[in-house]
Design a protein around this ligand. Structure first.
Ligand code: SAM
Length: 250
């Protein structure tokens, strides 16, 4: 069953625009067909199509039932990802959205190669990638890609999280497995993950993490690409805190 993000509030719930076009032209949907609609706030609506008006690009539906989206993790994780060149950042957005990230905060660091931050257009493109990945992975929200910020501001922002850590490629003492095994995070609490750029974190940045209680962790003895590391850290955290259970798995 295809899934759409739409606002179904109001007297006669209706899908319009791209959603309607996809249903009408690509899927050739007809009245009686069932579709899944998500309101973008982690609620899923099972709907039945009642009327289709192709010229007005409107697909009217009847809501059969509403339930919390099973695809949303209980832990809301923020990815503080150093801006990377080319499509690397796009890859990181796509994969972490599939994995269940809550929001993505691009950061500029000392060794960030893409010094000029993110243009308006680039930000729009990244948000569109997040939306496409959210639809494809049947998410209950469309994770936001926020405007770029400095590492210093990101560290300040991360103080709201129950758990914030920085995978650091030169960390030799503490692996992510032992680090997470000593931590507790409850449902609806939040976490922050810092990922450096192609050039890694500078010594000054590592000190800033230390001074602000953000622990460094190793993701293993191999050097991961920046666009891979966030996904690995997120997967490990979700594995540790039971976010990788099947929908009806206990
Ligand atoms: N400076 C590194 C080098 O010498 O090749 C490359 C940095 S890596 C491409 C980009 C980021 O991914 C790092 O800053 C870190 O956040 C994360 N990362 C990559 N491999 C890691 C590992 N084995 N352990 C922890 N973090 C890692």
């Amino acid at each position: 069953m295809p899934k759409y993000f739409a606002d179904l509030s109001g007297e006669s719930p209706v899908l319009t625009g791209e959603n309607a076009s996809h249903l009408i032209s690509s899927l050739r949907a007809s009245p009686g067909d069932r579709i899944a609609v998500c309101d973008g706030n982690s609620m899923d609506y099972c709907c039945e199509i009642t009327e289709i008006h192709p010229r007005q690009k409107q697909v009217f539906v009847r809501i059969l039932n509403v339930c919390p989206s099973p695809a949303e993790p209980h832990i809301k994780a923020s990815l503080y990802q150093a801006i990377a060149k080319g499509d690397k950042f796009e890859y990181a957005v796509q994969k972490c959205v599939e994995m269940g990230i809550f929001e993505i905060i691009p950061i500029t660091t000392e060794y960030t190669l893409a010094k000029d931050g993110l243009s308006e257009n680039k930000l729009k493109r990244l948000q569109a990638i997040s939306e496409a990945a959210a639809k494809q992975s049947m998410r209950g929200i469309i994770p936001r890609v926020l405007p770029a910020t400095s590492l210093e501001q990101a560290i300040m922002d991360s103080k709201r999280h129950r758990l914030a850590f920085a995978p650091y490629e030169n960390e030799r003492r503490q692996g992510i497995k032992s680090f997470l095994s000593r931590k507790i995070i409850n449902s609806n609490e939040t976490a922050g993950i810092f990922i450096g750029p192609e050039g890694g974190f500078s010594p000054g940045e590592v000190t800033a993490f230390e001074k602000n209680g953000i622990e460094r962790v190793s993701l293993g003895p191999r050097i991961l690409r920046a666009e891979t590391a966030g996904l690995v850290a997120l997967s490990a955290m979700f594995y540790e805190f039971d976010e990788l259970r099947a929908s009806n798995d206990g």
